[in-house]
Design a protein around this ligand. Structure first.
Ligand code: CA
Length: 255
């Protein structure tokens, strides 16, 4: 991926101010963030390389074409939906139930054989700043794995209360539908202009924007920034480390 398509620096104070103004015009309310809603894969954990590798290998096994970049574009989609898109393109028809089961089983087998994903660099610092600023912390993920809660608690002890975690078990429709983020607002008793979304994937940005929440894209993967900004992300940071340096200024915009 061409480096010129990705910014290397955090947004300036002026860019933050402009983004908040644009957001307030869009939603018709004064931005007053009381909570930060974090996506998990690609934001808190560096798990996307494992997902991309296992998707690409699976696609090769079943003679479906998929590039690593495409795996990142589909991040957050259900396995069945992703498989249907690949089958439709390759064979001009959706996958059968049996095919979905077989292909997704192989993807999961390869993913589970990958080394455990580490924490995303800088995420600790972002969480510490948000907590120090007295704001509520939530996680909103499409994952429904049993190990999810444990992984959050052991990786980031003291930040994620079980009642402030939205997983696939809490919603009927996953991202890009806004339901997961609306569910987080319901759990915290907040309105859209009282929260911030932090997302790394196109479908996640779409969900945050559709929920009416100021959405920060953190481009931790290989996609060009435009894959996130074209979907309405209000601000874009190149990394969680740079977001750690900028989050106080964003939170104080609504103080
Ligand atoms: Ca993600």
């Amino acid at each position: 991926m061409n480096q010129e398509t990705k910014r290397a620096t955090a947004p300036s104070m002026e860019e933050v101010a402009q983004a908040v103004n644009r957001y307030e015009q869009r939603c018709g309310e004064r931005f007053a963030p009381r909570a930060v809603l974090f996506d998990m894969d690609g934001v808190l954990f560096n798990s996307m390389p494992n997902h991309a590798t296992s998707w690409v290998q699976t696609a090769q096994t079943f003679h479906l074409d998929m590039t690593p970049e495409e795996a990142y574009m589909h991040e957050g989609r259900t396995g069945a939906d992703t498989i249907n898109i690949l089958m439709q393109r390759r064979y001009g028809r959706p996958a059968t139930e049996a095919e979905i089961e077989q292909i997704y089983a192989e993807k999961c087998r390869l993913f589970n054989a990958c080394p455990t994903a580490g924490k995303m660099e800088g995420a600790d610092m972002v969480l510490a700043r948000v907590k120090a600023a007295g704001r509520t912390i939530c996680v909103v993920t499409g994952s429904g794995q049993q190990s999810l809660l444990e992984r959050l608690q052991t990786g980031y002890p003291g930040y994620f209360a079980p009642e402030r975690i939205v997983s696939s078990k809490d919603v009927k429709q996953g991202k890009p539908n806004p339901e997961p983020y609306l569910c987080a607002l319901e759990k915290t008793g907040l309105k859209p202009h009282e929260a911030i979304v932090v997302e790394n994937a196109p479908l996640g940005v779409t969900a945050g924007v559709a929920a009416g929440i100021l959405t920060i894209a953190v481009n931790t993967g290989p996609l060009p920034d435009s894959a996130l900004t074209s979907l309405g992300a209000d601000l874009l940071f190149p990394s969680m480390t740079l977001l750690a340096g900028g989050i106080d200024a964003i939170l104080s915009r609504g103080a």
